[in-house]
Each structure stands twice: as structure tokens, then as C-alpha cells.
Design a protein around this ligand. Structure first.
Ligand code: MTE
Ligand code: MO
Length: 408
């Protein structure tokens, strides 16, 4: 890996630390994204350009750097801040590469750090109770032994806002136990069709930002269909405390607020059980109608189809400045055929050059060649044309990101 030396000579426009790119990743990305990648009207000239440069493709510094998104914030990225309920880590999406799509644990976003009162994980027990014939206590060791690979899944906080630089979103490779399997031995009484999953939520200090108490109510069907699991490992390592050690819930495709950390109780409850305080706190952000009093009146807190740019690369191609918009698409329940991008409200939406979504979870990387007509500030927005695809957050302009172009 080597630094692009030109980056620091363009003040104000570039991240000095984001301008790394290996030769291999450049070439691989060229192959990955197919023939449309970087082909201007003289695309062949570009290919031969790359070939000629293969000894050292960066000798002439074709990648000049990465532009910052503006109007967001200077919130630190990949850095743990604060403690307990006010603890956060915003993941730096700008450096994510398509060929290594798993977020390293140290950069995986954190919303709520572990309580200083958290009991000793070694003696952790998970109680399965409520309306059952006989409560069951699952020892953490037993759960760890049952754990199996659960695949790569994206997690996004329902409160993943512009001020957090949209960094409350990450992808992990999980291992754990299907909730349905963990509940197999429970003898449930009749009239207890709902399942309340709660975590340890007592903290040493009061929070400035959050209400303590994380729990969510599901139906068995929701847990089964989503493939919900009790995770004990993230990226091949035991869970870290801040990510919910020793055991947390993961509901693939649902917002992070349902993915209860430090799970200590699973209770079978009545059909007409109240919504928990966590459900009520997150009602608006999970797009409920008002704040329902009862859990059964909540819609599943699923992530609808979403997309946004994660970085804008500035290249010098055959002596011309070119921009490459690199982005992600995630959420939704069926892959969509086309994603469209628009630069400023005055321009039309155009299809994203390199977009092939084969699954909704975890994320899909796309790239789009961009030659802005003039310097200025551009607001970049995406949408999915297919009317059958629900994408309320995307459609509301939630994920719009802006850049300032000073050179064309
Ligand atoms: N016990 C508990 N679990 C919790 C929370 C919490 O405050 N307490 N926060 C939730 C929210 S809002 C999110 S977005 C995810 C974040 O998980 P992460 O910090 O591992 O990324 O955890 C969820 N699980
Ligand atoms: Mo969240």
C-alpha cells in the first residue's frame, strides 16, 4: 500500500488519510465493475493506459484523492467516544472497499457502550420464562457450544443520521444460535403468542441522550422468518462488551434497535402486551403510525431499500479530471434491478453505471462515473424507480449527501 503523494497538495478538498489504494484493489475494482468502469468515449485508450502503467499505476497519480461530504459534521469516525448510554462509535464508510465488505470489529459502529455495572459474563445466564410451564436457564457456555456461523449481516441504527455522518451502519460476520432453536425446549402455556427479548440495562450514570431499557416484542413467526439469532461471536471473535457480550440478538434485515445487546431474558407474553419503552422511543424512526400502545400494533422494524454514496473519488484520466461516485445499497426484501442517481434537483435521474444487486443483506457496492459540468455544490440523491419497491426513507431525501466540486 502506498500513499498518493499528490493528495496533500490539494488543500481543503481531500482527506489526507483516505487516499490509500492498493494497485491490486485498483485493478480488481476495474475488473469487478466491468467494462463501464472508467470508460470515457475513448475507453480503449484508458485500458491501454492502465496496462502501460501496470508496473506502477500510480506513478502519475491517477487517483488524486477523495472528496469530503459537506454539510454533515466533524463527528469523529472509527473512534469510541463517551461511555455507557452516551457511548458511540461512528463507522467510517468512506474507506470501505467492495472486496472487503466486512467491517473490522474495532470500526463496527457502537450505539450504547457496555454498562459499568454489567455482571460477570463468565457466569451469565439467559432465562427463558414468562408464560411457560417451567422457566429454563441457559448457561452462556452452553450457548457458546451451540453457536454456528450465521453469515454476514448488515446492522443499521434507526437513528443513523447525517450528523453522525451516516456512520451508524456496519456489516459483521456473525456466529450464534437461532432464537427458534434456543426456544425449542420451552413449554409455552396457551395464550402467550408473543416473545419479549430484553437485555441488561442498568447504568452507573444517567444519560444525556437515551432512555435506558432495551427490549422488543416479536412474534415467533417474525423471529423464524428473519432468521433471528443470539450472537456470541462477531468476525470470528467472541463478542466485545460494547457489542453486547456475552450474547446479543441479531435480527437480519431489521433496524439495530431490535438487536438487543446483553440479552438476559426471553419471556413468552400475552397477545395484548404493551409496547416496551424502547419500542415507543423508536416508533417514529421505525416508521410506525404514531406511537402504538400495544406491541401487536407495531409493524416489523425492517430496513426498506436504501442507498447512498460513501465517497467521491477524484481521478486524473488521460489528463482529464473525472469523478467516481462509490456507494452502497442495502435494505429491502427483493433485489432491485436499477438504481438511479441525481446530481442536484435541476438534473434528471440517470441509471447508476455499475449496479448489480443480487441480495439485500448485507450491502451491495456500486460505482458511477461522474463528469460535473461546472464547479459548485452538488446534492447527490438516489432512488429506485420500481413502484412496487417500498423505500420511504430513501424517498424522503434522508440519505442525500453533498459535495463541493472546485475543478472540472
Ligand atoms: N441492551 C441494549 N441493547 C441495545 C441497545 C441498548 O441501548 N441496550 N441499543 C440498540 C440500538 S439502538 C442499536 S442501533 C444496536 C447497536 O448495536 P452495536 O452498538 O453493537 O452496533 O444495539 C441495540 N441494542
Ligand atoms: Mo439504534
Amino acid at each position: 500500500m502506498r500513499r498518493i503523494s499528490q493528495a496533500s497538495s490539494l488543500p481543503g478538498m481531500l482527506h489526507s488519510t483516505k487516499t490509500y489504494l492498493t494497485r491490486r484493489s485498483l485493478l480488481r475494482r476495474t475488473l469487478l465493475s466491468g467494462s463501464a468502469f472508467f470508460f470515457d468515449s475513448r475507453g480503449i485508450a484508458l485500458l491501454s493506459f492502465l496496462r502501460a502503467q501496470q508496473k506502477d499505476p500510480f506513478a502519475n497519480g491517477p487517483l488524486l484523492g477523495t472528496l469530503d461530504f459537506i454539510h454533515e459534521s466533524s463527528a469523529p469516525l472509527n473512534t469510541l467516544q463517551g461511555s455507557e448510554l452516551d457511548g458511540r462509535l461512528n463507522s467510517d464508510l468512506s474507506s470501505v472497499e467492495a472486496q472487503s465488505p466486512i467491517t473490522p470489529v474495532k470500526n463496527f459502529y457502537v450505539r450504547t457502550r457496555a454498562s459499568e455495572l454489567l455482571p460477570d459474563p463468565a457466569t451469565w445466564q439467559l432465562k427463558i420464562g414468562g408464560l411457560v410451564e417451567q422457566p429454563i436457564r441457559l448457561e452462556i457456555e452452553a450457548l457458546r457450544k451451540m453457536a454456528k456461523p450465521m453469515g454476514a449481516h448488515l446492522m443499521e441504527c434507526a437513528g443513523n443520521v447525517r450528523l453522525a455522518r451516516f456512520g451508524l451502519l456496519s456489516v459483521g460476520e456473525w456466529a450464534g444460535v437461532l432464537v427458534s432453536e434456543a426456544l425449542d425446549n420451552a413449554k409455552v402455556k396457551s395464550g402467550a403468542p408473543r416473545i419479549l427479548i430484553s437485555g441488561f440495562d442498568r447504568y452507573a450514570r444517567e444519560s444525556r441522550t437515551s432512555i435506558p431499557g432495551a427490549s422488543w416484542v416479536f412474534t415467533r413467526d417474525q423471529l423464524e422468518k428473519s432468521g433471528a439469532f443470539l450472537a456470541t461471536e462477531l468476525n470470528g471473535q467472541p463478542l466485545t462488551k460494547d457489542h453486547g457480550a456475552p450474547v446479543r440478538l441479531v435480527i437480519p434485515g431489521w433496524y439495530g434497535c431490535t438487536c438487543i445487546k446483553w440479552v438476559n431474558e426471553i419471556n413468552f407474553v400475552r397477545e395484548d402486551v404493551e409496547a416496551t419503552s424502547q419500542m415507543q422511543e423508536y416508533a417514529a424512526r421505525t416508521m410506525q403510525k404514531g406511537v402504538p400502545a400495544l406491541a401487536r400494533d407495531f409493524q416489523p422494524a425492517v430496513i426498506e431499500q436504501a442507498a447512498m454514496p460513501i465517497r467521491i473519488e477524484k481521478w486524473s484520466v488521460a489528463g482529464k479530471i473525472q469523478y467516481l461516485v462509490v456507494g452502497i445499497a442495502w435494505g429491502g426484501s427483493e433485489p432491485v434491478k436499477a438504481l438511479e442517481i441525481r446530481f442536484n434537483p435541476e438534473e434528471d435521474y440517470v441509471p447508476v453505471d455499475n449496479f448489480h444487486q443480487v441480495k439485500n443483506d448485507p450491502w451491495t457496492f456500486w460505482t458511477h462515473n461522474w463528469s460535473p459540468q461546472a464547479p459548485g455544490i452538488y446534492a447527490i440523491r438516489l432512488w429506485v424507480k420500481e413502484p412496487a419497491v417500498e423505500a420511504r426513507r430513501l424517498d424522503s431525501g434522508y440519505y442525500v449527501r453533498s459535495v463541493e466540486i472546485t475543478e472540472v
